[in-house]
Design a protein around this ligand. Sequence first.
Ligand SMILES: *Cc1c(COP(=O)(O)O)cnc(C)c1O
Length: 384
Amino acid sequence: MYENILRHPGPTPIPKRVELAMNHNIMSHRSAEFVALYHETINKVKPIFGTKEDVLLLPSGGTAALEAAAVNTVAKGEDVVVITVGAFGDYFVSICERYGFNVHKLEKSWGEACTAQDLAHFLVGLPPIKAVFMTYNETSTGILNPVDELAKVVHEHTDALVIVDGVSCIGGVEAKMDDWGIDILVTGSQKSMMLPPGLSFVALNQRAWQVIEANQTEAYYLHLLSYREWAKQGMTPNTPTVTLIYGLREVCKLIEEEGGIAQSAARHTLMRDMTRAAMKALNIPLLAEDAYASPTITAIKAPQGIEISTLLAHLKQHYHIDFAGGLGSLQGHIFRFGHMGYCFPSDVLQAVSLIEAALQDLHYTFTPGAGVIAAQEVFLAAHK
Ligand SMILES: *Cc1c(COP(=O)(O)O)cnc(C)c1O
């Protein structure tokens, strides 16, 4: 009877209107109908990235888009900096190492952000750097890195490209790619973009294209210059995920109707603040400090005396709500509350209420309702 409530930081729920939009005849990706869909959709996507530049659509998960950003710009043996503050930053390290780049790893402990000072210090004395890779929203820890400030530091001190993984936040946060000097910005479909898995995005500016044109990449399926050639005609080099592109057009319309990306970002910030206020009122510790807390996912530590695995299993079995556990070294130490994409303050109130129900069942000591009231106060204050 019950449908599980999915409160993961990806994959995330799909709006009904987007499901209906995807229930569409498949047409040829070489037809005039597809070309019209492609152009219309790409124009609507650009404001979400804060760019007037090219946004390419890849028929893949987010990881392939990260790999495309790396392998098209940098050659074996060249020096790169990779900033990592968690499991997804480590992805970028692995990709760069796999391709034989000379990786200078700026690593922060899990739960911390990388600051502009951290990066400025790190760059001192390094050889010329081809690219600096960074994660905007670290999904494993719920940290939002200050990529605007980091990009500025990169451009002040180096000629490197700024390459940003925005997989779990684009669509739910402000991203001013052009104003901030981000050269390549990547995201995927199944997190804050409210779509099923299987589509990814690579946005690139002219600086990035110049580097890519000068680089002899071995990539074939991920060869971005081919994507650029075909995009001029409103097409992709190979068969695209037509169904997901219908869905994407509808997602863009939903964001437009909400008032644009700034409004979507404000809703996500509000959900973050509601979630954090609730956990604080319940005396449940949070992993990230307020200053760098993610608007799309909150990492929550174990309530005193309760095992994370017990809590999550109980919530799923009895209350049909599904949260994600911790990754890597944080497994068993945190759970992750996704409030991204198709998620609203009312969903946060529901989730907090169900967490309280489970905590009562598990004999955690607290004042019932304290978390819900705290979240509701934040919600009401935002509407005054
Ligand atoms: C989910 C995620 C990825 C990987 O995306 P896939 O679609 O699973 O390949 C990369 N980076 C971040 C920050 C993510 O959240």
